[in-house]
Design a binder for this molecule. Structure first.
Ligand code: IMP
Length: 194
């Protein structure tokens, strides 16, 4: 069975394909010949994942899933959340977003936060959600050079280092994304599709 992963990121497609043991062939948006960006105008991660998955399912009639991820900070009432990629503005960089976040966190003693990933699968017309989260805290300054996004200001619970100081293999074993995809893959591997 072919299953569309509604992303333009081929690395993500390969990563999930490698986790699948059943007869499922993943197809990314570029392989599908769909080169546009789908407007992510939902108010939460779940809505954005669903918007992307249902858009592609509606256009191509193919089973499909999509993901959306964000950093949720308690002291900021869950922000940046769905706005994580553009917290400091539409054209801003990861560095700008981190600077903006740390400025907002300046006077906050509660530093608790979590990364959360939501996946929406539209399979034979049914909609199913999978979720992964990792708790941690926001540091007072960026620490570490690896990773991307907010990695340098996120220290996962139980660790004394930020995601940006962590070996990428270890990060990928504990991340919100990995937890969510593991749940999706467990579900897909259980489908009788061959
Ligand atoms: P996306 O939904 O995967 O595109 O993620 C949205 C935004 O959340 C990204 O632009 C990053 O700023 C942030 N983000 C998502 N996952 C991570 C992560 O694992 N580390 C750091 N930042 C992340």
């Amino acid at each position: 069975m072919e299953l569309v992963f509604a992303t333009h990121n081929l690395n993500k497609v390969i990563e999930v394909q490698d986790m699948l043991t059943s007869g499922i062939q993943l197809i990314g948006l570029d392989q599908l010949g769909f080169n546009e960006d789908i407007a992510e105008n939902g108010l939460d991660l779940k809505s954005n994942a669903q918007i992307k998955a249902t858009h592609i399912y509606g256009l191509f009639g193919k089973n499909c899933f999509a993901d959306d991820t964000g950093l949720e900070v308690d002291a900021l009432n869950g922000l940046p959340g769905v706005y994580s990629a553009r917290f400091a503005g539409e054209q801003k960089s990861d560095t700008d977003n981190i600077k903006f976040l740390l400025e907002k966190m300046k006077s906050k003693s509660n530093r608790r936060a979590q990364f959360r990933a939501v996946i929406c699968l539209v399979y034979k017309g049914d909609t199913i959600f999978f979720e992964g989260a990792i708790e941690g805290e926001i540091t007072h300054e960026p620490i570490g050079n690896d990773g991307f996004g907010y990695d340098s200001v996120f220290k996962p619970k139980g660790f004394d280092i930020t995601f940006a100081q962590m070996d990428s293999y270890l990060k990928n074993q504990i991340s919100h994304r990995y937890i969510a995809f593991k749940k999706l893959v467990t579900y897909l591997n259980g489908l009788k599709v061959i």
